[in-house]
Ligand binder design. Structure first.
Ligand code: NDP
Length: 478
């Protein structure tokens, strides 16, 4: 049987684009369909604009720091429209690069929504039907909003980059990556931030001490974090709400500042599980993401979809239908861009290079761009001690740049070490540039380095990271 293409990729995010380009380089005839903008969540409404906003927000503290270091600088207001215009042109530029990369790799770009019809046929929103020997679904995910009264007034991380103006106050719901990162970003940009997390501590799944320090640091910088708290209902605020609210409403001279926010312009009234009722300019839900599998024709093609809406795949990213594969967030394995890219490369290796390559999901280093930043690889103390006896090496200190500037921010460096094998099972860092540090520590941990390997490595002085190789005595065994 002959097909129009060797590979048809659905979804122009990081994973899909990489898989398409690498497959095409093997000589395969490849097309890629994207219904929105090339680049996907990471480039258009995720990692990239988020990180640029992290940079932007960091400047508010730098004015003080600069003065402490002898510079004569003045604080000034943050100009969101100016930043946002530049941000959007940067995203346009990056989208253009993605398109050029695909074109340069001889991948045919299809600007349309694509659906599966059967194991080898894709229907396009243009009405056209095409066939392919292999189909790769890389449609990513989207934010989910809880089902509750008034939820439609809220925004998600999709909308936050496109706001016309910065809200004066915002309530962020959730305690995961996105909620905690945006709490820090918006706080740094001068927004009055309240964060509700339903659990006992934000960043569930990360090392307890690390998440504790991140939460403390966020509070110290001004985020009004409420744990064990959730939203009950929300609606457009009235004048009476504004007069009665106790927090969330920016006040000037004892009167609420006029707000530009959502709904009727008076902001959003929110009732919380802790009994408070307040008004916020905006409410942002960062309550998790769901795989984009709806109305994709998956069932019709015989592809199995799991309980969370994810495409079920094996270690080679193959679905229950042999000709259909899936990678990235749509498979709900590890929702990280570099992982989707790895999965795409492994797919090409397996299908187009005849070298079956399972995806390695072990010991993935990652960073949460909270303020303070968190970098992590391997097991948390809590996970490790359930498996085997461990030694915990841990230090917390005020780094010299902050101490000099008179800031209280503390740094945490923590190693979780196996008593039996001496291997470093986990490394957790809370510090400026923790993401940069954990990338490098991640190599050592991935290679199976022991605590003694760390000890044999000469410190780079004066740095924060030198503490990783100078912790002599375990703080405790567990
Ligand atoms: P997460 O799964 O990290 O967090 C979702 C949060 O929402 C959790 O705190 C969860 O609480 C809470 N939640 C879920 N449902 C409700 C509800 N009905 N009411 C109140 N709270 C609720 O998802 P995110 O959306 O933050 O991020 C999605 C993924 O994107 C991440 O898992 C990560 O893999 C990736 N990402 C990575 C980044 C990075 O690498 N720096 C940055 C941003 C995203 P609970 O803990 O109780 O379930």
């Amino acid at each position: 049987m002959t097909f129009d293409y060797d590979l048809f990729v659905i979804g122009g995010g990081s994973g899909g684009v990489r898989a398409a380009r690498v497959a095409s380089a093997t000589g395969a005839k490849v097309a890629l369909a994207e219904e929105y903008r090339m680049g996907g969540t990471c480039v258009i409404r995720g990692c990239v604009p988020k990180k640029l906003m992290v940079f932007a927000s960091g400047y508010s503290e730098m004015f003080d720091d600069a003065r402490a270091y002898g510079w004569d600088v003045q604080d000034g207001p943050f100009d969101w429209p100016r930043f946002s215009t530049k941000l959007n042109s940067e995203l346009d530029r990056l989208e253009g690069i993605y398109r050029k990369l695909l074109e340069g790799s001889n991948v045919e770009i299809v600007d349309a929504r694509a659906k599966l019809k059967d194991p080898h046929t894709v229907t396009l929103s243009t009405g056209k039907e095409v066939t392919a020997k292999h189909i790769l679904v890389a449609t990513g995910g989207r934010p989910v909003i809880p089902d509750m009264p008034g939820a439609e007034l809220g925004i998600t991380s999709n909308e936050i980059f496109q706001l016309k103006e910065m809200p004066k106050s915002i309530l962020i719901i959730g305690g995961g990556y996105i909620a905690s990162e945006f709490a820090g970003i918006l706080n740094g940009l001068g927004v009055q931030v309240t964060q509700f997390y339903r659990g006992a501590q934000i960043l569930r799944g990360f090392d307890d001490e690390a998440r504790g320090l991140v939460a403390e640091g966020m509070r110290a910088k001004g985020v009004d974090l409420h744990l064990g708290t959730n939203i009950v209902e929300m609606r457009e605020a009235t004048d009476d709400d504004l007069a009665g609210a106790t927090q969330g409403v920016p006040m000037e001279g004892g009167r609420p500042v006029a707000m530009s926010g959502a709904g009727n312009g008076k902001g959003i009234w929110v009732k919380a599980t802790n009994g408070t009722e307040n008004v916020y300019d905006q409410v942002m839900f960062a309550t998790g993401r769901s795989p984009n599998t709806e109305d994709m024709g998956l069932q019709a093609a015989g592809v199995e979809v799991g309980r969370r809406g994810e495409i079920v795949v094996d270690e080679f990213s193959q679905t229950a239908v042999p000709s259909i594969y899936a990678i990235g967030d749509v498979t709900n394995r590890v929702q990280l861009t570099p992982v989707a890219i790895r999965e795409g490369m492994a797919f090409v290796e397996t299908v187009f290079k005849g070298n079956p390559t399972p995806v390695d999901h072990e010991l993935i280093p990652s960073a949460v761009f909270t303020q303070p930043e968190l970098g992590t690889v391997g097991l948390t103390e809590e996970e490790a001690r359930e498996i085997e006896p461990v030694e915990i090496y841990c230090t917390s200190f005020k780094p010299m740049n902050h101490a000099f500037a008179g800031r209280d921010d503390r740094v945490l460096m923590k190693l979780v070490v196996s008593v039996e094998t001496r291997k470093v099972l986990g490394c957790h860092i809370v510090a400026d540039h923790a993401g940069e540090m954990i990338q490098l520590a991640g190599i050592a941990v991935k290679m199976g380095a022991t605590k003694e390997d760390f000890d044999r490595t000469v410190a780079v002085h004066p740095t924060m990271a030198e503490e990783l190789v100078t912790m002599k005595e375990p703080m405790r065994t567990a």
